[in-house]
Ligand binder design. Structure first.
Ligand SMILES: Cc1cc2nc3c(=O)[nH]c(=O)nc-3n(C[C@H](O)[C@H](O)[C@H](O)COP(=O)(O)OP(=O)(O)OC[C@H]3O[C@@H](n4cnc5c(N)ncnc54)[C@H](O)[C@@H]3O)c2cc1C
Length: 458
């Protein structure tokens, strides 16, 4: 009888429904989660329908916005359309502004395993699993006039607007630019402005602390100071504007404003260590919008919450791997993994053709001493390599600078593009530009040599 029942039930069971996964926000966190989920192997018949929602038509590789401004990188690499990136995948893209989320209660008589998202204009998207990756919005630190009178530098549109403003300055022989904020973004922007503005321009950088780059490794800070000085950027320290400028951007409340997700005092959506939103087992959150709640370890794993992580692409990218894996695990009844962040070092641009990269590898003291020595030190520095300590007794670290650092950074970013096709496009663009640069250098070298020969012949 049992066997007969089993045959009966398997023969008439409703076909497995592929789960509907809705990902809100197509930045580093959301887009990479979508692509990774699409690449995972799902049990037969359960490959999910993945929908990525973003208010804009382009993914923006924000760390390369400086290169977009200077022309050292093009739109293909910095701001490709979602349509183009997702073409080789089965992910659907919906362009729309998320207005609210209605997530069903996880427990109780009305318990449900999903919910719906409302977009501006009223369109409704139903989901079985939701991923929140709406990023953050820039802070104005409550300073009057910041929104109305200054240029922001956080989006593709900001770069277009700034480019327009630079074109409008064309007739001005001595334009002045002031960059507020002595962190990574301020230093990188000041350096690129010094490159793109005419030679008579004055670029100043205001830092509220006693030095620029307070969170950077010592070597990188020193390299940046020297690079800014070399470009003639005036660095003014100890000058906050109005209430000062805070380092952490504000997590975007776009969806959580009318969704029942728990947030911390800063508005970040709280997750457990597996990046599941607290109290919402079908919702994950990552990137700038998310924070792992204090004491919210992975349920049953004995793992406690990691310390608050910086709002960086590096964090969002690593979290995307975990969210994709954990969502797959939750949907297929497997155990979830607690997120473990691995710091991979710091990279920054210092103008169109220079950068600073500090690798996370500790350098043994004997090697560090040799690298600083009179014999090897100048040679390494000329090649763009140096060893720095921060005076705290922690091991010294290796820093790269100049064109070498710029090349390493660009290659790393080409590798960090979301799909193999996009990686290939970025690498090809990079190679084309590098060849152009090499040809330009060779031409100017030959011109110089020819001039030298002519003047010698006279
Ligand atoms: C100029 C600049 C330089 C940076 N450089 C570095 C760097 O060198 N290294 C580093 O690690 N980090 C860097 N960062 C930080 C990094 O870019 C962010 O931490 C990262 O983008 C966060 O990823 P995310 O997925 O959380 O959000 P984002 O990448 O910001 O993506 C959020 C997405 O959500 C969409 N969205 C927002 N609200 C809505 C809504 N209501 N409806 C629909 N869509 C919506 C947005 O359009 C966007 O596409 C930089 C940031 C900036 C601005």
């Amino acid at each position: 009888m049992r066997a007969a029942l089993a045959v009966f039930s398997s023969g008439n069971a409703p076909p497995l429904q592929p789960p509907r996964i809705c990902i809100l926000g197509g930045g580093f966190g959301g887009l990479n989660t979508a692509v990774k989920l699409d690449g995972l192997v799902w049990p037969e018949g359960t490959k999910p329908q993945i929908t990525l929602v973003d208010a804009n038509e382009r993914f923006v590789f924000k760390p390369l916005l400086y290169e977009l401004l200077s022309g050292a990188a093009g739109e293909e690499e910095v701001a490709p359309t979602f349509e183009k990136i997702l073409r080789p995948t089965s992910v659907s893209f919906v362009r729309g502004q998320v207005e609210s989320v209605n997530d069903g209660p996880a427990t109780g008589p009305e318990a449900s395993s999903g919910g719906s998202v409302t977009l501006k204009g009223g369109a409704l998207l139903s989901y079985d699993w939701l991923v929140l990756a709406l990023g953050s919005e820039p802070r104005d630190a409550g300073v009057p006039g910041v929104k109305e009178l200054t240029h922001g530098f956080t989006s593709y549109e900001d770069v277009l607007a700034l480019r327009g403003a630079l074109v409008a300055l064309a007739g001005n022989p001595a334009p002045r630019a002031v960059v507020v904020g002595g962190g990574y973004a301020g230093v990188e922007l000041a350096a690129v402005l010094a490159d793109v503005l005419p030679p008579g321009a004055a670029v100043s950088l205001l830092a509220s602390g006693s030095d620029i780059l307070p969170a950077a490794p010592a070597g990188q800070r020193q390299i940046a100071r020297e690079a800014l000085a070399g470009k003639g950027v005036r660095v003014v320290t100890g000058r906050g504007v109005g209430g000062g400028v805070r380092a952490h951007p504000r997590p975007r409340r776009g969806a959580s404003g009318s969704a029942p997700f728990p947030t911390d005092a800063g508005g970040a959506t709280q997750t457990d260590a597996t990046l599941r939103v607290l109290g919402h087992p079908h919702v994950f959150a990552l990137g700038d919008v998310a924070v792992c709640a204090e004491g919210a370890g992975s349920p049953g794993s004995g793992v406690s919450a990691p310390p608050r992580l910086p709002a960086t692409a590096q964090v969002a990218l690593q979290q995307a791997d975990y969210v994709a894996w954990n969502l797959w695990a939750a949907a297929t009844g497997r155990p979830l993994l607690p997120f473990a962040y691995q710091h991979l070092g710091e990279m920054m641009s210092l103008g169109s053709r220079a950068g600073a990269v500090t690798l996370p590898l500790p350098i043994p003291p004997a090697l560090a001493d040799a690298a600083r020595g009179a014999a090897l030190g100048p040679l390494l520095r000329a090649a763009g390599l140096s060893v720095h300590g921060d005076g705290s007794g922690a091991p010294d670290r290796l820093s790269l600078e100049g064109p070498l650092a710029a090349a390493v950074r660009r290659a790393a970013y080409a590798y960090r593009q979301p799909t193999p096709e996009q990686q290939a496009r970025a690498a090809a663009d990079l190679a084309k530009r590098a060849l152009g640069d090499a040809a330009g250098l060779a031409r100017s070298f030959l011109d110089q040599a020819a001039k030298g020969l002519k003047s010698g012949a006279r």
